[in-house]
Design a protein around this ligand. Structure first.
Ligand code: T5A
Ligand code: NA
Length: 216
């Protein structure tokens, strides 16, 4: 049996990841699963949610980083099972967010390499979209921005730089790469972004899927 594809959508806060992963999932159903990180429903996810939403709930940056990674490991076997059963998995955030947000804090010792370490061994996506908004004031004006920790324009700017540093380190960015697609979504409608994603996904689906997994 052909294994399913792991299709990941990454980006800064409020760039439309959940909107787009949901739309893509609807198109691929019933042969698909949707996984979102952080998964706030698990024990570890509940701690992460508390940290993100309650300003007086403090944890060391290292601990928070390890919780986000542990949250991905909680679902890693389920992920592999779905893919081996031939289901496509549409994913909302993953390892790249994990490294970009933590390393943007500039906590001593938490460089890219340190941040990647606990995620080593997780399955790599077959296709990775990065939703980029070159006009962050466009996304910061979207509903809900500013409600959670990390949602300030200054921090988002650092996270953006770190995402590209991660892509340089892990995906040979800016050399052409058939896994990573950077989409500039500034002032693009939801429908237009969805169409662009769908046409790239269809192209990928038309090709023979890789049989082996690759790992971080
Ligand atoms: N984090 C996450 C880490 O630090 N380490 C990690 O390992 C991981 C996995 C929460 C925080 O955790 C950090 C990153 C985050 O700061 P989250 O739960 O993914 O991560 O965050 P959410 O708050 O759920 O999601 P985002 O803020 O990132 O928003 P989305 O999913 O990008 O945006 P979405 O789709 O919810 O859309 C937001 C609003 O914009 C509108 C939507 O209708 C919605 O109102 N919208 C558009 N409006 C105009 N034009 C478009 N094209 C639009 N697309 C969407
Ligand atoms: Na989201």
């Amino acid at each position: 049996m052909k294994r399913g594809l792991l299709i990941l959508i990454e980006g800064l806060d409020r760039t439309g990841k959940t909107t787009q992963t949901t739309l893509l999932f609807e198109k691929l159903k019933p042969n698909a699963k949707l996984i979102k990180f952080p998964d706030r429903t698990t024990c570890i996810g509940q701690l992460i949610d508390k940290y993100l939403t309650e300003n007086d709930f403090e944890l060391p940056d290292q601990s928070v980083h390890l919780l986000f990674s542990a949250n991905r490991w909680e679902l890693s076997q389920e992920l592999q099972r779905y893919l081996l059963a031939g289901k496509h998995v549409v994913m909302d955030r993953y390892v790249y967010s994990g490294i970009a947000y933590s390393s943007a804090k500039e906590t001593s010792g938490m460089d890219l390499e340190w941040c990647l370490r606990p995620d080593k061994g997780l399955i790599k996506p077959d296709l990775l979209f990065f939703l980029l908004n070159e006009d962050p004031s466009d996304t910061s004006s979207r509903r809900g921005f500013g409600n959670e920790r990390y949602e300030t324009l200054q921090f988002q700017d650092k996270v953006k730089d770190q995402f590209f540093n991660v892509f340089r380190a892990l995906e040979n960015y800016p050399k052409p790469n058939d896994r990573l697609r950077v989409l500039n979504v500034a002032n693009c409608s939801i429908e237009k972004v969805a169409q662009e994603i769908w046409s790239i996904v269809q192209e990928k689906l038309a090709k023979e899927p890789p049989s082996e997994f690759t790992f971080f």
